[in-house]
Design a binder for this molecule. Sequence first.
Ligand SMILES: Nc1ncnc2c1ncn2[C@@H]1O[C@H](COP(=O)(O)OP(=O)(O)OP(=O)(O)O)[C@@H](O)[C@H]1O
Length: 273
Amino acid sequence: MAQPDPDLLIEFDDVLLRRGGNTLVGPVSWKVELDEKWVILGPNGAGKTSLLRIAAAEVHPTSGTAHLLAETLGRVDVNELRPRIGLSSSALASRVPADERVSDLVVSAGYAVLGRWRERYDDLDTERAIEMLESLGAEHLAERTFGTLSEGERKRVLIARALMTDPELLLLDEPAAGLDLGGREDLVARLTDLAADPDSPATVLVTHHVEEIPPGFTHAMLLGDGAVVAQGLLDDVVTAENLSTTFQQEILLDRADDRFFARRARTPGRHRR
Ligand SMILES: Nc1ncnc2c1ncn2[C@@H]1O[C@H](COP(=O)(O)OP(=O)(O)OP(=O)(O)O)[C@@H](O)[C@H]1O
């Protein structure tokens, strides 16, 4: 088996995931370097979350080789790998107890647990948790319980938690899903700042919408029906032609202020009585 490249955070060779006789995603070959910020875009059911779960060391590929942080899945203790990877997803959000205090939720990321399990955390840990919440504009929520937060507040708190361990790789699964326009724009602005920070980790953001791509992101993968439609530099990949192939309809794409905006081309007579 080939040795992992130490300069790559993700190195997938023909990675494929099957469940119950169905291919969820793959085969995908993919490389993510230290300073790269990726967006994975595709329709419902395309396999985005499945791919991200492999990148989070949550599942092993059925075939192919997945190297993460220069370790090989299947040959490394995933419990050592996972604290080096920050993950924010709705699946994680649904596992957080409603009465979990926000500051405890963020601090506990350092111990790879959900739910407070220690009576006290170090002051340094608590300070860092507040710093992380501040960087997401959520420090005022520190004493609230998770169950009382709005959808947008939850997303920001979970990203703060994902950053708590100073991860080498940050994985964000649909961080803007369920947010209103203001909430989405606020989150895109925060992620733009994060992308511009030279100390920020390599990042992979999964989304359905080009409007959610933060300026400063560098690369994109388009996934359609489990297969890669295109991947590479963001500007080369996020094109009307590639989006049309990915979403299987004619998509028009606009750009303004380093943001993307997409809509379907109007087809005369369609959807009219
Ligand atoms: N455990 C499983 N067993 C069988 N099929 C599964 C399983 N998990 C996911 N799938 C299927 O695999 C496909 C890819 O799912 P996945 O969640 O990765 O897609 P996605 O691109 O993240 O979708 P969405 O945008 O709707 O969240 C879907 O058709 C889904 O129904």
